[in-house]
Design a protein around this ligand. Sequence first.
Ligand code: BTN
Length: 325
Amino acid sequence: MLIKEQVLYVLEKEKDNIVTGGNLAKRLGVSRTAIWKAVNALRDDGNKIESFPNSGYMLVDFGDNLIKRSIDEHLTGNFMGRNMEILKSTHSTNQHLKGLDITNLNEGYTIIADEQTGGRGRMGKKFFSPLREGIYMSILLKPSMGPHETQFLTVCAAVAVAEAIEDLCNAKMNIKWVNDIYYKGKKVCGILTEASLLAEVQSVEYVVLGIGINTGRVPHEVEGIATSLKEAGCNEGIRNRLIAEILNRLENIYIDYTVNNNKKRIISAYEQRLFIKDKKIVMHDTKGDYSATVLGINDEGGLIIRNEQGETKVIISGEIKEIKE
Ligand code: BTN
């Protein structure tokens, strides 16, 4: 771990206390100059660290810094998040991960950024990702499956995120098929699953699971349609703990799906939160716009609907344009 990450971890743990440069140097087994350099690097990253002459350093704006060690100490799984990189800013964590040498990365490799300058959503939409106001993370998966099975990974991720938030924030989350998590009628999280295919064998080479959660101020561009965990009453300073909780739950759910082929619990957890279930919607897909009633999801993550002619259909891709009643 970098010295600056260790310094940040100690300052965060000490919260309101002043920690001397000498104490930090001793605890981390490095020189005071190395501490001084690390503090400056942390300041450059946007952390507010005060210096007190002849006494030491104190983290002023503690509470919601992304800290690798604070995430690590809450991880319980074997591979999700066990290799992780935290970036101050990137275009898009999905894009960043796809640009790495994927063959040499382990499954569960995770990229987290404090800000995205070009965050992307489904259907070419933007995902506004202001500095420190959200969790923007991408996880590398290497499942042995066909392309049509990857949609269910979005279902897995939606359940992991919804359950993790509910557990830590004590607020009930809803899911809008296929990839959005809602709180009180407004979007709080979006999931973008991107698969790379091995064309010759029609199987998946890897999948990048991108999760974006608004945790702080709602981006003004989406005010009115989006909300955040802050508005859901979640404690500030939750990001590290929540990231770990999502990774832990995702690992269990992912194993249930890919190893145990036990989708029942996952589908049931998803449908319990599927607030459009039994509702009339307007669906938008390649056939245009049409009304239907939502019945649930099938075991590939497709949306089961009944159209106005009374026929039952499964929708694999498309978007819910309107929720009627
Ligand atoms: C959607 O709302 O349609 C999906 C939004 C997904 C956003 C996340 S944030 C981390 C990852 N990087 C991206 O560029 N997108 C995903």
